[in-house]
Write a protein that binds this ligand. Structure first.
Ligand SMILES: Cc1ncc(COP(=O)(O)O)c(C=O)c1O
Length: 398
């Protein structure tokens, strides 16, 4: 509660709220199964089992068949640095690494450094500033026979833009480049399917999809087995554990599994179909989540669009609602994003102001240093909250 009102959580792109089942699973692990891995006493065996169960849940979540292709880590950024460091050892001068101006820095910074370490060059895919989409001419222009890697996001955490990753992955594969997808912002809104996306690596973060603070990396099995990942000589070579440095957050894994189970539960509830597998339940869940969130997003875009002077950065055409996640960012000529955000905070509406590390994009749009005001819708938000938010913004800037 803030004052006498229930808080409105539009801060989901920075981290979602979690269901009780996630907190319960973490506390159950810590209170009753807490141990390190790999010994024959009860809690250690239970820990091994919890890790495998969590990996299997993640495999269902991203649509792969083999859980040894998935590694847990501290967060997306740390895992991406680890991946970038391993891949950089396979590149050299003359190679080119491609990033985009739409991406979060977590999928730009590691590749910038990896290019530097290996002597490769860095190239950037440009955006169309009018709707914050990737410029497909630039995609074709930048990806060449020299490209060894293309790193791009599935959805922008600032403009909400959903990228056509499959087409870009096909263009990259034609020249023999590998493709890394940052699905952090995509994961709470739409179903991940690594086969459908056609990528070689994918990263996401459970704390954005109703789970604990953790990161996930998926990679094609041979690459996960063979890449020269930085590891201790005493650590196992077995996949996926060769990627999981040191002692991991086992309670986090228990919580991540519970978050995936929660989304699957949504799928079973909304579809009313019995006997679904976990993956099938997730498919049903995301169909319902997309429909629901798009309705709320349309309402928000329409409401904000009616406020004089306010500029929404990203797709606003209702006919293109499926090309964006329900994450809406805007600026106003008379007030800074921070001023608007502070006033909204006073009314119990939780939103973010700034660049949210999507620095390439705010620079490309000329929005530094102040950035934008961002409201992120998730499936636990309501149309009443959207209306209250729009009314509040209108009053504050009016
Ligand atoms: C699109 C996107 N990519 C990457 C990240 C970084 O994720 P993590 O905090 O797990 O490192 C974020 C975090 O906000 C994000 O929104």
């Amino acid at each position: 509660m803030v004052g006498n009102r229930e808080a409105v959580f539009f801060d989901g792109p920075g981290g979602s709220q979690i269901p009780t089942s996630v907190a319960d699973a973490m506390s159950e692990y810590l209170l009753n199964h807490n141990a390190n891995t790999g010994m024959s006493f009860a809690t250690s065996l239970e820990t091994d089992e919890i890790i495998c169960d969590a990996l299997q849940a993640c495999a269902d979540f991203i649509g792969c068949n083999d859980y040894t292709e998935i590694a847990f880590g501290q967060n997306m950024t740390s895992l991406n640095f680890q991946l970038a460091s391993a891949l950089s050892k396979t590149w050299g001068p003359g190679d080119e690494v491609v990033v985009t101006r739409l991406d979060h820095d977590g999928n730009v910074g590691p590749w910038t450094l990896a290019a530097e370490w290996s002597g490769a060059s860095l190239r950037k895919i440009e955006i169309n500033p009018e709707d914050c989409t990737l410029d497909m001419e630039s995609v074709v222009d930048v990806i060449s026979e020299k490209t060894v890697l293309v790193a791009l996001g599935a959805a922008s955490n600032l403009s909400g833009t959903i990228n056509d990753v499959r087409t870009i992955a096909e263009i990259a594969h034609e020249v023999g480049a590998e493709v890394v997808i940052d699905a952090v912002h995509y994961a709470p809104h739409s179903l991940i399917d690594v086969t459908e996306m056609g990528c070689d690596f994918l990263l996401c973060s459970p704390y954005k999809f109703f789970g604990p603070h953790q990161g996930l990396l998926w990679g094609e099995k041979n690459r996960m087995r063979d890449l020269p990942v930085a590891k201790l000589r005493v650590a196992t070579e077995e996949i996926p554990f060769r990627w999981m440095t040191g002692t991991q957050s086992h309670e986090g894994m228990a919580g991540t599994k519970a978050a995936i189970e929660h989304i699957a539960w949504v799928g079973r509830e909304v579809s009313g179909i019995t006997g679904l597998t976990r993956r099938e339940s997730l498919i049903e869940a995301y169909k319902a989540i997309e429909d629901y969130e798009r309705a709320l997003c349309l309402r928000m875009l329409e409401g904000l669009g009616g406020i004089g002077g306010l500029k929404i950065w990203g797709i606003t055409d209702p006919n293109r609602i499926s090309e964006r996640a329900p994450t809406v960012s805007f600026t106003h000529p008379k007030m800074t994003a921070t001023e608007i955000g502070d006033k909204l905070a006073g009314r119990g509406i939780f939103v973010w102001a700034g660049n949210f590390y999507a620095l390439e994009l705010t620079e490309a749009l000329g929005l530094e240093p102040e950035g934008v005001l961002r409201a992120g819708i998730l499936h636990y938000n309501s149309i009443q909250e959207v209306d209250f938010f729009v009314e509040s913004v209108a009053e504050i800037v009016g």
